[in-house]
Write a protein that binds this ligand. Structure first.
Ligand SMILES: [Zn+2]
Length: 72
């Protein structure tokens, strides 16, 4: 595949970054994965912090809905 320009994948990645940028509290925790979506990743720190109560579950739920709804 050598489609020049803006691929659907890039666009998707950009959307993810934008959604993540809206959840600044996630940045207080350093996820071991670069580029982590904090959804299905096994060792995701964000998911752990939600369980520990350091991130509001409702916020995480909203985040998850946004990521999943745009059809990852
Ligand atoms: Zn993560």
């Amino acid at each position: 595949m050598d489609t020049p320009g803006f691929s659907a994948l890039d666009f998707n990645h950009l959307l993810n970054e934008e959604i993540k940028a809206g959840f600044k509290e996630f940045n207080n925790f350093e996820c071991p994965y670069q580029d982590c979506l904090h959804i299905n990743e096994k060792e995701c720190l964000i998911k752990k912090e939600v369980q520990l109560g350091n991130i509001l579950p409702s916020r995480y739920q909203t985040y998850k809905n946004l990521i999943l709804k745009k059809g990852n």
